[in-house]
Structures are given as structure tokens and as C-alpha cells.
Write a protein that binds this ligand. Structure first.
Ligand code: SF4
Length: 450
């Protein structure tokens, strides 16, 4: 039907030509498809970016990037060639196109991207979801009644500027001294397994980090097989952005063969084994991403799902979200599952959207995709957990404060008789508020500083 707010057109996936970058003019397909080559050629700073882009991009961009890394960045820089190649995919980038690119905006943030007056919300915190507070063993967060998050390690093959686990994940930056895991991996994994054996009410484990693609395969397989040995575990989800950031990893024979052993064991035991990945823009979907996904499904992983993050300048329009969802669902074999609102971490205000904007986006996405592939936009409310964006109980639009309730206790609230009766606040970015609200927050800020 013509004349709809969103017009669907099938867009087959294309691997952008990496030889358009001066630094990769001579890179062969064999090198490109090697996980080792990709890892060895990750871009970690402005100097290395200049080596790849040369003078396609002006000096002001590199200075802007340096300024961000020195003063504001909560994540150090780590961009695999695969991801860099999805920025300005159709041409050799120029300065303006590179600045405007949606993948660049979250993978290579620069100082001028951040909001000048409100880079952080006054209530932004390092561990905004209090995952660390809810550790029941090192790296094991027990927040929901039947599910846990197992952070096996604190590194990833790529670092996203908006990482919600910025408290723990990645190298320290001048702005953030990271928390360190202290136990040896083998002791950490033992403690996690012991907790799960002792708590049969936990049935679902998100195996994460960081990114499981950075756990040596042998160690990951052994951990997963131990999980599969616990009869009460019925769901296992592997969290890996590398499926899209470094699909070459998931195509290595050692990994594919190992994944097949794990998937077959899971199927025999009736456990749902899935991969959860993190794609924020349709440009990140390339034929290699689809091949890695297809391979995981062929060896018996039951489903591959996407949990993207909703961010201004990246994907916060209904057309961007629908383009991405159709690419995921129709071309890459990945189920559009969730879009999270960007969490209230420091220096993230320029990315965050207001709850009412998220509600509008959810509304505008309905009816185009198959129902089971229509993602939910969720707000991860501190001390509450994920809520669909329409589930708030009250909303002060002038001050941008929404209120939420919950129906279970987290692991730190066993003795809190009020936990289920309380309303929990969540805050819109101040620059999205009407003038009255902005003035109100300025006054609060001045009073706090006095
Ligand atoms: S891949 Fe996930 S854990 Fe790693 S930096 Fe990105 S958002 Fe954080």
C-alpha cells in the first residue's frame, strides 16, 4: 500500500568495500575474514584512526576525538575494522559524513557530540543498574527472581561509547577508574556454578561480560557444559556483540565446532540456548554478520536475538528502527527483540531519549513487522528492572520524572517490606524538557553546589 508513514523496501545486505580507506587499500578478502587479522588491526586511538582514514577526515576530527578521550569518555576506544567499515559505507568518508555517521556516533564519540550544559544527568551513576551491588558471587548479579547475569570477564572485542557496564568493562579512562574483577577466572566460575547449584529457583542464565567472544573458547565451553549439568537451568543466553562487531570470531572452525557440541547437548537436555547480540543500526548488518548468524543457527543454537540501544543521533526515529528491524528479521536471521533506553550513566545525555519519545517510537513501530518480531522498547529502571515504556504509573512531564513499580524483590531487598509498594523514579534528559523544567533542574543543581 502506498502513502504509509514508513515505506518498506527490501534491502539486501552488502559488505562495504574496505579498500576505500587509504590504510586498507591492500587488505585481501582472506585477511578481512580472519578473526586474528581483525583483532590485530583494531583501532584504539586517534593516531591509529588517522593511519586508516588518512586525510579523508580533517585534523579537527582527530583533535575532537582526543579531547573526548582525555576528558569525557567513559570507555576507551576499541573498534574492529569490521565496525569501522560500516561507517559511511557507500563512499570514501569526508569529515562531515564521518561526523554525521550513526555508527560513528556511538563507537567513536567525540567531545563536540556531548551536551555542553548537561553532559550527565544529576542522577547519573557509574553502576546505574546497581548490578555490582547485587552480586551474589563475583560477577554474578541476581536481580530478577528466576534469572541471573554471569559476567565472565570484563573485556570485549569492541568498546561501545554508551556501555551501561562502563563501571567494570574495558580499560580505565582519564574520566573513569574501572572496577576490577579480583578472583582468578577459574575461581570466579566455580563460585558462580556453586551458587546456581545451591539455588534451584534460578532457571535462566545470561552468560555475558564484557562479551563472551573474549573468553577463550575452551573455557567458555567448559563453563557452558557445567551449566548444562545443572538440571534446574532451563535457559542459557550468550551475550555477544561480536556477532556483529567481529562476526569473523563466530566463524572460526574451533568456535563453530565447539558451539555445535554445546548446542547439541542443550537440545538433548531440553535447554533453550540462544545468542543475544547488540545491533543499533542497519548499516552494521553485512553478509558476514548474516553468515555468522546462519552458522550458529545451523549448528543448533535455537535463536539469535537483538537487544539494541535506543540513542539520539543513532537510531531514534521510527524509520531507523524499522529499517534495522527489517534488516535483522528479513536479511540477517536475527530476531528484533528489545530496544533499551540508554541507561543513566555519566556523559550519556546526548544519546538518551525521554520516556515520552520512546513511547511514541513504540507506537510508530507497531503493525509493520510480524507481531513476534516487533521489538519492545524497554526502560531499565534502577532498582526495578526492565519495564515496557508504557508501564509507568505517573509522569511529571515538566521535570521529566517518571515513576515505576515492581512485582518482585531484588537480592538486596529481602528485608525491605516496602520494596513492592514504592514508586521508583526515572529521569528524562534535561535538554528535552520544557523551559520550566530546565530552570527547575538548574536551581536544584545550584542548591546542591552551594
Ligand atoms: S559490547 Fe556490550 S559490554 Fe561490551 S562495550 Fe559494548 S555494550 Fe559494553
Amino acid at each position: 500500500m502506498e502513502g504509509q508513514p514508513y515505506e518498506y523496501r527490501r534491502r539486501p545486505l552488502v559488505e562495504p568495500d574496505w579498500t576505500r580507506f587509504p590504510g586498507w587499500r591492500d587488505v585481501t578478502r582472506e585477511q578481512w575474514e580472519s578473526a586474528q587479522w581483525q583483532r590485530a588491526h583494531c583501532v584504539k586511538n586517534a593516531r591509529q584512526l588517522r593511519t586508516v582514514l588518512g586525510d579523508l577526515v580533517g585534523e579537527e576530527f582527530y583533535a575532537d576525538l582526543d579531547a573526548d578521550q582525555q576528558r569525557l569518555a567513559t570507555m576507551s576506544m576499541l573498534v574492529p575494522p569490521q565496525m569501522l567499515n560500516t561507517m559511511v559505507p557507500d563512499q570514501a568518508p569526508d569529515t562531515q559524513a564521518f561526523y554525521a555517521d550513526p555508527v560513528r556516533r556511538y563507537m567513536i564519540p567525540v567531545a563536540s557530540d556531548r551536551h555542553p550544559e548537561w553532559p550527565s544527568h544529576p542522577y547519573a551513576t557509574r553502576d546505574s543498574l546497581h548490578e555490582h551491588d547485587m552480586w551474589v558471587a563475583e560477577g554474578l548479579t541476581h536481580r530478577y527472581p528466576t534469572k541471573v547475569l554471569a559476567e565472565l570477564l570484563s573485556t570485549c572485542p569492541q568498546y561501545c561509547g554508551h556501555c551501561t557496564r562502563m563501571d567494570l568493562v574495558g580499560n580505565s579512562t582519564p574520566a573513569v577508574d574501572k572496577l576490577k574483577l579480583t578472583l582468578k577466572p577459574v575461581d570466579r566460575y566455580d563460585a558462580m556454578i556453586s551458587y546456581l547449584q545451591a539455588h534451584p529457583g534460578v532457571r535462566d542464565v545470561v552468560v555475558s561480560g564484557g562479551d563472551v567472544a573474549n573468553v577463550p573458547w575452551r573455557n567458555l565451553e567448559s563453563f557452558l557444559m557445567r551449566l548444562l549439568g545443572i538440571e534446574t537451568i532451563r535457559d542459557i543466553r550468550l551475550a555477544t556483540k561480536a556477532l556483529v562487531g567481529l562476526p569473523q570470531h563466530w566463524l572460526q572452525p574451533e568456535v563453530v565446532e565447539g558451539l555445535e557440541r554445546v548446542a547439541r547437548t542443550a537440545a538433548r537436555r531440553g535447554v533453550n540456548l540462544a545468542i543475544h547480540t547488540h545491533v543499533n543500526h542497519v548499516n552494521s548488518l553485512t553478509p558476514l554478520v548474516a553468515r555468522a548468524t546462519q552458522t550458529a543457527l545451523e549448528v543448533g543454537v535455537r535463536d539469535v536475538r537483538n537487544q539494541g540501544v535506543l540513542m539520539r543521533g543513532v537510531n531514534a526515529t521510527s524509520a531507523d528502527l524499522l529499517d534495522l528491524c527489517f534488516g535483522l528479521q528479513g536479511e540477517a536471521g536475527i530476531l528484533p527483540y528489545y530496544f533499551y533506553m540508554c541507561d543513566m550513566i555519566p556523559n550519556a545525555e546526548h544519546w538518551r531519549v525521554a520516556v515520552w519519545q520512546a513511547q511514541e517510537l513504540q507506537h510508530d513501530m507497531m503493525g509493520y513487522l510480524p507481531g513476534y518480531a516487533t521489538p519492545r522498547i524497554v526502560c531499565d529502571v534502577p532498582f526495578v528492572g526492565k519495564r515496557w515504556v508504557h508501564m509507568l504509573t505517573e509522569y511529571d512531564r515538566e521535570r521529566g520524572i517518571s515513576y515505576w513499580t515492581k512485582n518482585y524483590r531484588t537480592s538486596i531487598e529481602h528485608d525491605d517490606t516496602e520494596a513492592l509498594a514504592k514508586q521508583y523514579p526515572y529521569y528524562d534528559p534535561i535538554d528535552t524538557l520544557p523551559e520550566f523544567g530546565v530552570r527547575w533542574w538548574r536551581k536544584q543543581d545550584e542548591a546542591a553546589a552551594a
